[in-house]
Design a protein around this ligand. Structure first.
Ligand code: TYM
Length: 345
C-alpha cells in the first residue's frame, strides 16, 4: 500500500472496498480485487469490505437472483481468504448510513462531474434517457461508501479509478464548503499485474460479468474443463511469445494472457516472458490453464462449501453490518451536525 499523502495523514489508515453482487464473478474481479483484499487484511490495517447491493439495483435485478448473488459473493470473499474476525464483511443495504450520506453527497457533487463518468456512459449506452436516476448518481453513493468510514485507501481495479477520484472531489468540496478538514482524501490502490484483465475474445475490452459471451471471461464458478476450454479458445495472434515485454506492444490478447499468468503465479510479466520466451501459444495456453485450474479449483470448492450453509453467511453479514454501523454512526452524526441538521434524539 502506498504511503498516505498529507491530506490523509491526519486520519488513521483504513481500507474500504466493494463489489457488486450482480452474478458471474470473473477472474478480473478475483485478480483485480478479491485476492488483494485478503492480502491487505494480513498487513494489520483495519479493513472493511462491502457487498454493494444498492449499487447493483441501479440496473434491473431479479429479487431472487440478487439474494443468491449476494450470498455467492459473500462465499467468494470467504473462499478467497477473507477472515470475518479480522475484516468487516457486510452488505451495503444493512447499514442505512450509506444511503443517508449519499443524499448529502448528491447535493455536493455537480452534474458536470457526473457527466464525465465513463462507466455511466458505458452502462447507459445509447438509451441514456431510459437509465435509472440511481445509475447516474452511482458515483455519489460510492463516495458515501468510502467516506462514511473515513477510509484512506481503496484497493480497486483500474476501471474504478475515476470513481475514487470523484470521491476525492466530493471530500474536497464538502471540506471547502463547510470550512473544515472533515473527510479524508482517499487513495485508489491499483497494484499488481492484473489491474485490468481483458476479455478472452477481444483484448481491447475489459473482462466483464455483463459481456454477452461467456467465452470472454473465466467465472469463479467455472469447473476445470470450462476454464481449460476458455483458455484454449482465447483469441491470440499466430506469433510465439517474444523475448521481452517490448515485443508484446500492439499484441493486446497476448499481453493479457501474460498478465493473467503473472498475476496467478504472483510474479511479474517480465519474469513470465523470461521463462516462456519463444513458446508458441499451443504450449503457453495449457501451462496457463493448469495454473488457473490449480488456483481457482480450491476457491470454487470452498465457495460451494460456504454456500451449503446460507444461514451462516447471513449471520456473518449481519455481524459485519453491526460493526460497520458502529464506525459509521458517529461520522454520520457529525456530518449532519456540520451541515446544520438538528439531531435531538
Ligand atoms: P465491480 O463490482 O464492477 O468490480 C469489483 C472490483 O473488481 C474490479 N474489476 C476488475 N479488475 C481487473 N480487471 C477486470 N476486468 C475487472 N473487472 C472488475 C473492479 O475494479 C473492482 O475493484 N463501483 C464498484 C463497486 C463499489 C466500490 C465502492 C468499490 C461500490 N462502492 C467503494 C470501491 C469502493 C464496482 O462496480 O465494482
Amino acid at each position: 500500500m502506498t504511503e498516505a499523502t498529507s491530506s490523509t495523514s491526519a486520519f488513521a489508515p483504513r481500507v474500504f472496498s466493494g463489489i457488486q453482487p450482480s452474478g458471474n464473478l470473473t477472474l478480473g474481479n478475483y485478480l483485480g480485487a478479491l485476492r488483494r483484499f485478503a492480502k491487505v487484511q494480513d498487513t494489520g490495517v483495519e479493513t472493511i469490505y462491502c457487498i454493494v447491493d444498492m449499487h447493483a439495483i441501479t440496473v434491473w435485478q431479479d429479487p431472487g437472483k440478487l439474494t443468491r448473488a449476494t450470498r455467492e459473493l459473500a462465499a467468494a470473499y470467504l473462499a478467497c481468504g477473507l477472515d470475518p474476525a479480522r475484516s468487516i464483511l457486510f452488505n451495503q443495504s444493512q447499514v442505512p448510513g450509506h444511503a443517508q450520506l449519499a443524499w448529502i453527497f448528491n447535493c455536493v457533487a455537480r452534474l458536470g462531474w457526473m457527466n464525465r463518468m465513463t462507466q455511466f456512459k458505458d452502462k447507459a449506452g445509447k438509451n441514456s434517457e431510459n437509465a435509472s436516476l440511481g445509475l447516474y448518481a452511482y458515483p455519489a453513493l460510492m463516495a458515501a461508501d468510502i467516506l462514511l468510514y473515513h477510509a484512506t485507501h481503496v484497493p480497486v481495479g483500474e476501471d474504478q479509478k475515476q470513481h475514487v477520484e470523484l470521491t476525492r472531489d466530493v471530500a474536497a468540496k464538502f471540506n471547502h464548503d463547510f470550512g473544515l478538514e472533515f473527510f479524508p482524501s482517499p487513495e485508489p490502490v491499483i497494484e499488481g499485474a492484473a489491474t485490468r484483465v481483458m476479455s478472452l475474445r477481444d483484448g481491447t475490452k475489459k473482462m466483464s460479468k455483463s459481456d454477452p459471451s461467456d467465452m470472454s471471461r473465466i467465472n469463479l464458478t467455472d469447473d476445470a474443463d470450462a476454464i481449460a476450454q476458455k483458455i484454449r479458445k482465447a483469441r491470440t495472434d499466430p506469433e510465439p511469445l517474444p523475448s521481452d515485454l517490448e515485443g508484446l506492444k500492439d499484441r493486446a490478447e497476448a499481453r493479457n494472457l501474460v498478465n493473467i499468468y503473472a498475476a496467478l503465479a504472483d510474479t511479474t510479466p517480465e519474469a513470465v516472458i523470461a521463462e516462456h520466451a519463444g513458446q508458441p501459444f499451443s504450449a503457453f495456453k495449457p501451462a496457463l490453464a493448469d495454473l488457473a485450474v490449480a488456483h481457482l479449483g480450491p476457491i470454487t470448492a470452498r465457495m460451494t462449501e460456504y454456500l451449503g450453509d446460507p444461514a451462516e453467511i447471513d449471520r456473518i453479514l449481519g455481524a459485519g453490518a453491526d460493526r460497520a454501523h458502529a464506525i459509521a454512526a458517529p461520522i454520520l452524526d457529525r456530518t449532519y451536525d456540520i451541515v446544520g441538521m438538528i439531531r435531538s434524539r
